[in-house]
Design a protein around this ligand. Sequence first.
Ligand code: ZN
Length: 432
Amino acid sequence: MTEKLIILKTFVEVRWLRKFKTKEAVKKHQEKMIVKQLKYLKKNSPFFKDVDPSMNGFKNLPIMNKQIMMDNFNDLNTVGIDRDEAMEIAINSEKSREFKEKCNGISVGLSSGTSGHRGLFIISDRDRSLWAGAAMAKLLPKKKMFGNKIAFFLRADNNLYETVKSKFMEFEYFDIYEDFKSNMKKLNKYQPTVLIAPPSVLMLIANAIENKTINIDPVKVISVAEVLTEKDEEYFKKVFNKEIIYQVYQCTEGFIGYKCECGTFHINEDVVFIEKEYIDKDRFIPIVTDYIRRTQPIIRYRLNDILVDSNKTCECGLNFMAIEKIEGRTDDMFIFNDKNNNEIAVFPDFISRCIIYVDGIKDYKIVQKQKNQVIIYLDVVTPKIKKDIENEFLRLADKMQFIMPKFEYKKYQVDMTKKLKRVERSFAHEKN
Ligand SMILES: [Zn+2]
């Protein structure tokens, strides 16, 4: 099948045909698809040649992570691509910012590594078309299906996205690395009906709308690639004049979830299977299995994200697992000592709460440099703001019994070339 046909077929299937009336039906579909995927991998991936293609066999497979995936890259992939060869293409593409070259007909890219090492990912045209069809089916506005103009802001490090212009829809890609002013000009001229961007970029676009540099009115605003904080979300709702700011949970490892028209965050259980590794009563680390993608198998892959459970049944009728939110990453949990030198790990959400409730702060970033050293970047710093933040921290330290760190304050500056993380730990910790 040609790429266009796969996209269209997937779009129709996902949008109208593939309905799961009960949670039981979702589970059945998942088990069937997992077994089917294992059968395919047994034949085509040397890594999985001895796998027992059943749910039992699946449960006995080891949990994977980026390191294991990179170490076994050549054995894992089903298209016989060599890691070093693909890596060279990916690095050259990134340097030239031309993402045209393929490796044996397969697109290659680097994932933005947050903890130093970067992952290599590969995707076939088939896998990409399936992804595009499903993403469009789920993300295009319910009431406006045709003639959408989609503006997509991304730090591209692959050739996954291309400009599309058809009767059905238009898709314009904006490279974040390019000059922001000219991007704003282009956006204003384009007048998107759907705007997709990371929150740090949405923030700049919102500012441009507020000071009347641009005038756009998209039907749908979708936040991707970075954690959307409640504070930013409220601001975007106000400026874009929307009841819902949509979110997509998409990473190199796949299209994992999205917000539906009711504002509920759903996991795409029609394409991925999620196992939960609980880290407290409500929070869990997702272990993801993608049973659609074939080029580079994602089987029992442990992500670094922290998700919060929800037992909500959504009115949209979708029987997919709901989550309350994506809270941050496990490798950004702050690590402090208590008075007996035991380590206390604190969720990123608790840390940002020490800042967001203080009056007068709009932009911030907080970085833990050492166990006893924290740097706070703020757009405005006054003695009162400092005192308020430290009081919030004192309360948290008291509650969780950790020793207060030393604080240092710096001026907040936007860095468009990096993924924005409002809460970040910059030293490595072996227990991640
Ligand atoms: Zn829903």
